[in-house]
Write a protein that binds this ligand. Structure first.
Ligand code: NAD
Length: 291
């Protein structure tokens, strides 16, 4: 029997790849293994680093596709994109001289490159999060940092979806964002305004599901358990967080990046053709627990 997950002919924009550890990398591999063509939209500052992960011998094993599919992660393109900037005018003067910021890396500039590269877009994966004060608990967070967290980690889903929408016309697309349970429960160490950013990300995904549904597109969220990515390590003691969550989860184990990638793959496939506006937990069941 052949399981019907076939993304052949689909183009996936995957944001938030900075290394071969984070969720974005594993999601890109799963989507490519299912037949999708991948375009990476990475932070301009990390593009040269990602390029190395895509080519150096040392990362060959990490590039291998999952599910026993022959081949390795080979995006059609790697495009610099700072999701905090809608147009070139939003790129701060001070950043314009920085490595990676030589060209227009705003969403407008990045999508001009996407349009020149592919005729359509089917899948949009939002894998981006940042707060400049991530180590500060909410009561200590400045307005500026809180709003930056909102802009980069939450509004960017709407901005990406807006930018991709003309390219998704007639395609029955799927948009997937990544969240964390601190959006709906108090998780004191999840600081920097990120808990609020995740709450609005999830809320926006439901609104977008309605507005994009009229075009046949779906919008969903995967709420992942803790995982030791670069972003997560900046939050605090991620090892303790993972162990504690694992002990208290119904399945008594931690998640890995492939678990999240597989859930995103499901949400991008026809298997979920009537699933939209939902948050799918990939956390070994932790969210279901009370005391
Ligand atoms: P990660 O560090 O690999 O990914 C975060 C990405 O955001 C990085 O690639 C970074 O370059 C990118 N980014 C930050 N600011 C940006 C900007 N202005 N423009 C473009 N890109 C920018 O870490 P990850 O854990 O794989 O995170 C991916 C997603 O998963 C995030 O939304 C995160 O909140 C979510 N998530 C992570 C965990 C976890 O424990 N790791 C749990 C639940 C949800």
């Amino acid at each position: 029997m052949v399981v019907p997950v076939n993304l052949t002919g689909k183009v996936a924009l995957v944001t938030g790849v900075a290394d071969d550890v984070g969720f974005g990398w594993h999601i890109a591999k799963a989507l490519q293994a299912a037949g999708a063509e991948i375009v990476l939209l990475s932070h301009p500052r990390v593009c040269s680093i990602v390029e190395r992960f895509l080519t150096r011998d040392k990362s060959a094993a990490e590039r291998k596709l999952p599910f026993g599919v022959d081949g390795e992660l080979k995006p059609r393109a790697l495009i610099g994109c700072d999701v905090a900037c809608d147009t070139a005018a939003d790129i701060p003067e001070a950043m314009k001289g920085e490595k990676g910021y030589e060209s227009d890396v705003s969403l407008e500039g990045a999508f001009a490159r996407v349009r020149a590269l592919v005729p359509h877009v089917d899948l949009v994966i939002h894998c981006v999060a940042f707060s400049p004060e991530i180590a500060k608990a909410l009561p200590e967070v400045s307005r500026k940092a809180y709003l930056t967290a909102q802009s980069v980690s939450s509004y960017s889903l709407t901005a990406l979806a807006q930018a991709a929408r003309p390219l998704m016309k007639g395609r029955e697309g799927s948009v997937v964002g990544l969240s964390y349970m601190a959006s709906e429960r108090a998780v004191p160490f999840y600081g920097g305004g990120m808990s609020s950013a995740k709450a609005s990300l999830e809320s926006d995904s439901r609104m977008l599901a309605w507005f994009f549904g009229e075009d046949g597109h779906r919008v969903n969220i995967v709420s992942a358990g803790p995982y030791a990515s670069r972003a997560a390590k900046s939050i605090g003691d991620i090892g303790t967080m993972i162990d504690t969550t694992a002990q208290k989860s119904p399945l008594r184990r931690a998640i890995d990046a492939d678990d999240v990638a597989n859930a995103v793959l499901f949400l991008c496939s026809d298997l979920s053709r009537n699933v939209t506006g939902t948050t799918l937990y990939v956390d070994a069941g932790y969210h279901a627990m009370g005391v």
